[in-house]
Design a protein around this ligand. Structure first.
Ligand code: TYC
Length: 122
Protein backbone atom coordinates (compact mmCIF):
# COMPACT_ATOMS: atom_id res chain seq x y z
CA UNK A 1 0.00 0.00 0.00
CA UNK A 2 1.44 3.45 -0.91
CA UNK A 3 2.11 5.92 1.91
CA UNK A 4 -0.70 8.46 2.45
CA UNK A 5 0.17 12.18 2.11
CA UNK A 6 -0.69 13.08 5.72
CA UNK A 7 0.88 10.03 7.30
CA UNK A 8 4.51 9.23 8.00
CA UNK A 9 5.98 6.61 5.66
CA UNK A 10 5.47 3.08 6.90
CA UNK A 11 8.84 1.45 7.48
CA UNK A 12 9.17 -2.01 5.94
CA UNK A 13 7.75 -4.76 8.13
CA UNK A 14 5.60 -2.42 10.24
CA UNK A 15 1.81 -1.94 10.16
CA UNK A 16 0.26 1.23 8.64
CA UNK A 17 -0.34 3.89 11.26
CA UNK A 18 2.65 2.82 13.31
CA UNK A 19 5.19 5.55 13.99
CA UNK A 20 8.65 5.00 15.39
CA UNK A 21 8.46 5.45 19.16
CA UNK A 22 11.13 5.75 21.80
CA UNK A 23 13.75 3.14 22.51
CA UNK A 24 13.23 1.57 25.94
CA UNK A 25 16.23 0.92 28.14
CA UNK A 26 16.25 -2.73 27.08
CA UNK A 27 16.19 -1.76 23.40
CA UNK A 28 12.48 -2.56 22.87
CA UNK A 29 10.93 -0.16 20.34
CA UNK A 30 7.41 1.03 21.25
CA UNK A 31 5.24 1.81 18.22
CA UNK A 32 2.40 4.30 18.68
CA UNK A 33 -0.66 4.00 16.47
CA UNK A 34 -1.81 7.14 14.64
CA UNK A 35 -5.59 7.19 13.97
CA UNK A 36 -6.35 6.99 10.22
CA UNK A 37 -8.09 10.12 8.91
CA UNK A 38 -9.90 8.94 5.76
CA UNK A 39 -13.12 10.82 4.99
CA UNK A 40 -15.99 8.96 3.33
CA UNK A 41 -16.33 9.96 -0.36
CA UNK A 42 -18.76 12.79 -1.18
CA UNK A 43 -21.98 11.58 -2.76
CA UNK A 44 -23.86 12.96 -5.76
CA UNK A 45 -27.51 12.69 -6.76
CA UNK A 46 -28.26 11.98 -10.40
CA UNK A 47 -31.50 13.66 -11.46
CA UNK A 48 -33.73 13.62 -14.52
CA UNK A 49 -35.54 16.80 -15.55
CA UNK A 50 -39.00 16.95 -17.07
CA UNK A 51 -39.64 18.08 -20.63
CA UNK A 52 -42.66 18.03 -22.92
CA UNK A 53 -41.26 15.68 -25.58
CA UNK A 54 -39.48 12.64 -24.15
CA UNK A 55 -41.93 9.70 -24.06
CA UNK A 56 -42.80 8.40 -20.60
CA UNK A 57 -41.85 4.89 -21.72
CA UNK A 58 -38.33 6.02 -22.59
CA UNK A 59 -37.85 7.60 -19.15
CA UNK A 60 -39.08 4.42 -17.47
CA UNK A 61 -36.64 2.40 -19.60
CA UNK A 62 -33.77 4.72 -18.57
CA UNK A 63 -34.63 4.31 -14.89
CA UNK A 64 -34.69 0.52 -15.28
CA UNK A 65 -31.62 0.08 -17.48
CA UNK A 66 -29.23 2.68 -16.08
CA UNK A 67 -30.40 2.86 -12.45
CA UNK A 68 -31.62 -0.73 -11.95
CA UNK A 69 -35.10 0.27 -10.68
CA UNK A 70 -37.93 -2.23 -11.07
CA UNK A 71 -40.88 -1.31 -13.31
CA UNK A 72 -43.10 -0.05 -10.45
CA UNK A 73 -40.41 2.14 -8.89
CA UNK A 74 -39.28 3.45 -12.30
CA UNK A 75 -42.88 4.38 -13.16
CA UNK A 76 -43.32 6.19 -9.81
CA UNK A 77 -40.09 8.15 -10.26
CA UNK A 78 -41.01 9.06 -13.86
CA UNK A 79 -44.45 10.33 -12.74
CA UNK A 80 -42.89 12.34 -9.92
CA UNK A 81 -40.55 14.01 -12.47
CA UNK A 82 -43.49 14.59 -14.84
CA UNK A 83 -45.49 16.33 -12.09
CA UNK A 84 -42.77 18.06 -10.06
CA UNK A 85 -40.19 18.89 -12.74
CA UNK A 86 -37.29 16.80 -11.48
CA UNK A 87 -36.54 13.63 -9.56
CA UNK A 88 -33.67 11.63 -8.11
CA UNK A 89 -32.64 8.48 -10.00
CA UNK A 90 -29.92 7.44 -7.53
CA UNK A 91 -27.02 8.56 -5.34
CA UNK A 92 -23.42 7.67 -6.27
CA UNK A 93 -19.80 8.63 -5.85
CA UNK A 94 -18.64 11.40 -8.19
CA UNK A 95 -17.16 9.29 -11.00
CA UNK A 96 -20.07 6.86 -11.07
CA UNK A 97 -22.61 9.74 -11.10
CA UNK A 98 -20.75 11.49 -13.95
CA UNK A 99 -20.66 8.26 -15.96
CA UNK A 100 -24.40 7.68 -15.46
CA UNK A 101 -25.15 11.24 -16.67
CA UNK A 102 -23.02 10.73 -19.81
CA UNK A 103 -24.58 7.34 -20.59
CA UNK A 104 -28.15 8.62 -20.14
CA UNK A 105 -27.50 11.73 -22.27
CA UNK A 106 -25.87 9.64 -25.01
CA UNK A 107 -28.77 7.14 -25.09
CA UNK A 108 -31.32 9.99 -25.12
CA UNK A 109 -29.63 11.81 -28.01
CA UNK A 110 -29.23 8.55 -29.93
CA UNK A 111 -32.99 7.99 -29.55
CA UNK A 112 -33.69 11.61 -30.59
CA UNK A 113 -35.06 12.80 -27.23
CA UNK A 114 -34.19 16.04 -25.39
CA UNK A 115 -34.16 14.39 -21.92
CA UNK A 116 -31.88 16.23 -19.48
CA UNK A 117 -29.86 14.41 -16.84
CA UNK A 118 -27.77 16.26 -14.23
CA UNK A 119 -25.80 15.57 -11.05
CA UNK A 120 -25.76 17.56 -7.79
CA UNK A 121 -23.80 17.18 -4.58
CA UNK A 122 -26.06 15.26 -2.20
N1 TYC B 1 -43.35 15.02 -19.59
C1 TYC B 1 -43.08 13.90 -20.49
C2 TYC B 1 -44.33 13.56 -21.29
O1 TYC B 1 -45.42 13.98 -20.94
C3 TYC B 1 -42.60 12.66 -19.73
C4 TYC B 1 -41.28 12.86 -19.04
C5 TYC B 1 -41.12 12.40 -17.74
C6 TYC B 1 -40.22 13.47 -19.68
C7 TYC B 1 -39.90 12.54 -17.09
C8 TYC B 1 -38.99 13.64 -19.04
O2 TYC B 1 -37.62 13.29 -17.10
C9 TYC B 1 -38.84 13.17 -17.75
N2 TYC B 1 -44.16 12.77 -22.34
Amino acid sequence: MPDLPNQPPVPPGQPPGAVPGRDDADGTVILERVPQKTEPPRLYQVLLLNDDFTPMEFVVMVLQEFFRHDLDTATQIMLKIHHEGRGVCGVFTKDVAATKVELVLAASRRAGHPLQCIMEAA
